[in-house]
Design a protein around this ligand. Structure first.
Ligand SMILES: *Cc1c(COP(=O)(O)O)cnc(C)c1O
Length: 385
């Protein structure tokens, strides 16, 4: 039975501040407790747990038998780099859609690996232009792949991956998705998206601890990728073939991270999967935006573009507002927020994801109100814009 967002008592049992950030995030006590053991990497229990984790991740993307999860030790970027450098052949060319830091990072990975790219870049508060994408695909037949970021965490914008997938399929291009910050909270269907691969990590909406990235790959794309990789550790084909042969990781796996991820997936299922988790985050996001707006802050994005993952707010236009003091004061009050990474506006971000519910969001709003008073900022708008 999914729990309602407001009756989940998430108060930090460890005394640590809540992480209202793009990750790492606040995790449950039971996820942390799952790590209080040591496992050998060849231990039969561990091997079974790992196998179950990989199958569950594929099921969240509705991958069926056509898809395989290949794990990559490391943070999310390790998995993005593994996906791009293993699945794009050395003579491939990728259309990279950029509207934030993670699109730029993908381009950088491809540049370093010597893969050709074509870029379609829009402002951080604007989705890619589907008409432009179509005209690029039409006039550049040498493009082999399209890369998109699902939720661009730089701003919190939700990019239209299904329409991009349609276009890629219509022009016969393979589609690669960085769904790092959306996976598990926003519905995603690998087959309906015509995707060749989707990547995410242990420590975002699945609410595990950091240390494992993964790529959910179309079996046919994985099989065709032998010899593409330019590094040993990030070679998805080699990692996968070794699993097929031995059930083992090639190199030391982060055993504790994987067992914690298994526990996190049980809690994810208990909450009602993508629907339940997404519902809690949407409620967090609504409470946050309503509360911050009432306190005089303006969100960067138009409502229809905002993913319920992380919200970018403009800095308050008031000379008494000192961001460092605001940030430090919120942390003292138990909430860690995140500086902005935008070029279009001076901003900061507050996350809606992790083991937090409505109570924590309201607690954060109380802390924000308190800090505004401390900085002498009164007479702010109480009108929801
Ligand atoms: C978090 C994130 C990543 C990976 O970041 P790491 O710091 O390497 O874990 C990649 N893409 C997006 C969109 C993200 O939000």
């Amino acid at each position: 039975m999914p729990r309602s967002p407001s009756d989940t008592p998430f108060a930090s049992e460890t005394g640590d501040p809540f992480l209202l950030t793009p990750g790492p995030l606040t995790t449950s006590r039971s996820v942390k407790a799952a790590m209080l053991h040591d496992w050998g990497s060849r231990d039969a229990n561990f091997v079974a747990i790992n196998k179950s984790v990989l199958a569950q991740l594929r099921d969240i993307a509705n991958g069926g038998d056509e898809f395989i999860t290949v794990p990559v030790q490391g943070s999310g970027t390790f998995a993005v780099e593994a996906m791009l450098t293993s699945l794009v052949p050395r003579d491939g060319k990728v259309l990279v859609l950029i509207n934030g830091a993670y699109g730029l990072r993908a381009k950088r990975i491809l540049d370093i690996a010597g893969r050709k790219t074509v870029v379609h870049q829009t402002a951080e508060d604007a989705p890619p232009d589907l008409k432009k994408i179509e005209s690029i695909l039409k006039r550049t037949p040498s493009i082999t792949h399209v890369f998109a970021v699902h939720c661009e965490t730089t701003s919190g914008i939700l990019n239209p991956v299904s329409q991009i997938g349609e276009l890629a399929a219509r022009y016969g291009k393979r589609f690669l998705i960085d769904s790092m910050s959306a996976f598990g909270a926003i519905p995603l269907d690998a087959r309906a998206l015509h995707a060749d691969a989707i990547t995410a990590s242990s420590n975002k909406c699945i609410e595990g601890v950091p240390g494992l990235g993964f790529v959910i790959c179309r079996r046919a794309a994985l099989e065709a990728s032998q010899g593409n990789a330019t590094t040993l550790v990030l070679d998805l084909h080699d990692q996968w073939s070794n699993f097929e042969k031995t059930g083992q990781y090639r190199f030391t796996p982060p055993t504790h991270v994987i067992v914690a991820l298994h526990q996190a997936l049980e809690e994810f299922n208990a909450e009602g999967g993508v629907e339940g988790r997404g519902g809690r985050y949407r409620n967090n996001c609504r409470v946050l935006i309503e509360g911050m707006t009432a306190l005089g802050f303006k969100p960067l994005l138009k409502t229809g573009l905002q993913a319920p993952i992380i919200v970018t707010f403009h800095m308050l236009d008031d000379e008494r507002f000192d961001f460092q003091r605001f940030y430090d004061g919120l942390k003292e009050r138990g909430f860690v927020i995140y500086p902005g990474k935008l070029t279009v506006a001076d901003s900061f971000r507050i996350g809606c994801i992790g083991r937090i519910g409505e109570r924590e969001m309201r607690g954060a709003l109380d802390a924000v109100r308190d800090m505004l008073q401390t900085m002498g900022i009164t007479g702010i708008s109480t009108q929801a814009a």
